[in-house]
Write a protein that binds this ligand. Structure first.
Ligand SMILES: [Mg+2]
Length: 219
């Protein structure tokens, strides 16, 4: 038999007001508290639960899409195909260029199994895959090797920034590259990425937003 718990209206009101007051405060959360809450979210399984849901919803959307011989889905790499949580934690969830560069060149960054599952699903539907990343050109070889080692063995191309593109904002860079791909005859069915700069701009198709709590790109 179902039991219904009734919460008095005045209690609900107090909770709502308290939450509003809390969210209106102009004082920031202490950084060590914020770091701890990010760590807890990633390491308790909550992040994986959220990612599982995102990937399931993405598969549902793609299952209704029409695939042709030119269909392609564009994947971002960092915090999308590959998971840099380990190095992020070592840096205290900050950013140290040399540490990230060494980590990237090591070509041993693990895949997110859920994202790999979506990749496999799309290949099974006949989609092509392209990796589009703001990583630098001197990281191309390591990135290519890393993708293959993590099971991302089938893709049309891997696009990194070349030297003349280093200063481009991520949104502009990725939009321009998608434009070029469309001009070359690709039909972009979707984009998969952790930052909105991976997903916004022209020709994005179905947008799959991978959750992230480690950093945020300024467009
Ligand atoms: Mg990314």
């Amino acid at each position: 038999m179902k039991s219904i718990i009734k919460i008095p209206f005045n209690i609900v009101l107090i909770v709502v007001v308290a939450l509003q007051l809390y969210s209106c405060t102009d004082k920031p959360v202490n950084l060590s508290v914020a770091r701890e809450s990010v760590k807890e979210y990633y390491e308790s399984g909550k992040f994986d639960e959220e990612l599982n849901t995102v990937i399931q919803e993405a598969k549902d959307k793609f299952s209704k899409a029409e695939f042709t011989k030119n269909s392609v889905v564009i994947f971002d790499i960092d915090e999308t195909a590959l998971n840099n949580y380990e190095i992020s934690k070592k840096m205290g969830y900050g950013y140290v260029y040399e540490m990230v560069h060494d980590w990237t060149q090591g070509a041993k960054v693990p895949a997110f199994p859920q994202v790999k599952e979506l990749y496999d699903y799309l290949l099974s539907k006949g989609s092509k895959i392209i990796f589009l990343t703001a990583r630098e050109y001197d990281e191309y070889d390591a990135t290519y090797k890393n993708l293959i080692n993590q099971g991302y063995t089938e893709f049309d191309t891997l696009i990194t920034k070349n030297n003349s593109e280093q200063e481009m904002k991520s949104l502009d860079f990725k939009s321009a590259k998608r434009d070029e791909l469309v001009q070359r005859g690709y039909d972009i069915l979707g984009t998969v990425g952790d930052q909105w700069s991976d997903l916004e701009g022209p020709h994005h198709g179905i947008q799959v937003k991978i959750p992230i709590y480690l950093y945020q790109n300024v467009y």
